[in-house]
Design a protein around this ligand. Structure first.
Ligand code: UDP
Length: 320
């Protein structure tokens, strides 16, 4: 029997790559999305496929699905800072009510549940790199609180369903990820920098660019999620690439990789424009992936230069 899997947020950046991966693994996939930040284009190539079904639905509303389910993957949520600050109530609702609905569905079907959580549960971390045991440093009432607290609630709810109802659950703490199917205007650093460089505009570095992030290419991330889903690990697991860069490093790497007007004649540094640092922007972020390595032997493989080249190629085609 082919496993039957439901993915909320299945038309989003990560959700759509998961749809592809699970279909490749022989699953029948039901993709739910309300399309507020997801895009039908991300799954257009799957429409008409026997193993794929798309339902336009908001997971915070009544959720009824016919027939059995083996897996429920909860990936619905605005995830870029500009998106969740533009959609604060929806973000809080999908993390709380949406997680509750998705857990309830998994329970009714006896399905395994996977929550897409985030490195944002660590907030502006005071320990480095971040291990899963760290409880985090989150400002609940700051502009990022709507996302961070929704995901923290989602983790608590998931563990409660595991402990109280015996539901089989997994929690992935996803760190910064990039690759094809990000929205060019989603406001994240990789999509902003690449699209600015491709348009010959200066790259907007926030603050002095000394803040760090660790960027994982999407194929590595999806592999990590799949390994976690198939593993026996119930506690949260960091999934991300531990190679850490400053935002300024990233700007230089993008300028070099794209070339063109931002990068030529005047030299690289002139292709950069400093802007104010957003409120509560975490100063550092780097996953400790020891647990994923130990429990299911996963680690990322794609180097930043290769991943950026693939992402640049995607955005170049999108711009045409
Ligand atoms: N950032 C930047 N320029 C941009 C967009 C983002 O310098 O045009 C910075 C942002 O301030 C943060 C980092 O890049 O320090 C990553 O931002 P992103 O929005 O991608 O995700 P975050 O990791 O903050 O959730």
């Amino acid at each position: 029997m082919m496993p039957r899997t439901l993915i909320t947020g299945g038309a989003g950046f990560l959700g759509s790559h998961l749809c592809d991966r699970l279909i490749k693994e022989g699953h029948r996939v039901i993709c739910l999305d309300n399309l507020i930040t997801g895009m039908v284009e991300n799954v257009a190539h799957l429409i008409g496929h026997d193993a794929f079904r798309f339902i336009k639905l908001d997971v915070t509303e009544y959720l009824y699905i016919d027939g059995p389910l083996d897996y429920v993957l909860h990936f619905a949520s605005p995830a870029s800072p500009i998106d969740y600050q533009r959609l604060p109530i929806q973000t809080l609702k999908v993390g709380s009510l949406g997680t509750h609905k998705a857990l309830g569905l998994a329970k009714a079907k006896g399905a395994r549940f996977l929550l897409a959580s985030t490195s944002e549960v660590y907030g502006d971390p005071t320990i480095h790199p971040q291990r899963e045991e760290y409880w985090g440093n989150v400002n609940p009432v700051g502009p990022r609180g709507v996302y961070d607290e929704a995901k923290r609630f989602a983790e608590a709810m998931t563990m409660a369903y595991h402990r109280y109802h015996g539901l089989d659950t997994r929690i992935a703490r996803i760190f910064n990820t990039y690759g094809p199917r990000m929205r060019p205007n989603d406001g994240r650093v990789v999509s902003n920098f690449i699209n600015q460089a491709l348009r010959g505009e200066p790259l907007t570095v926030y603050g002095d660019g000394a803040q760090t992030r660790s960027f994982c290419y999407v194929s590595d991330l999806v592999e990590g999620l799949y390994c976690l889903l198939m593993s026996g690990e119930v506690n949260p697991v960091n999934i991300g690439n531990p190679k850490e860069f400053t935002v300024l490093d990233l700007a230089h790497m993008v300028l070099k990789a794209v070339g063109g007007p931002s990068a030529d004649s005047t030299g690289l540094a002139t292709g950069i424009e400093l802007r104010p640092l957003p409120v509560d922007d975490p100063r550092t972020r780097q996953p400790d992936i020891g647990l994923a390595q130990e429990r299911f032997g996963w680690e990322p493989k794609v180097q930043i230069a290769e991943g950026l080249a693939l992402t640049i190629e995607y955005f170049r085609k999108q711009l045409k």
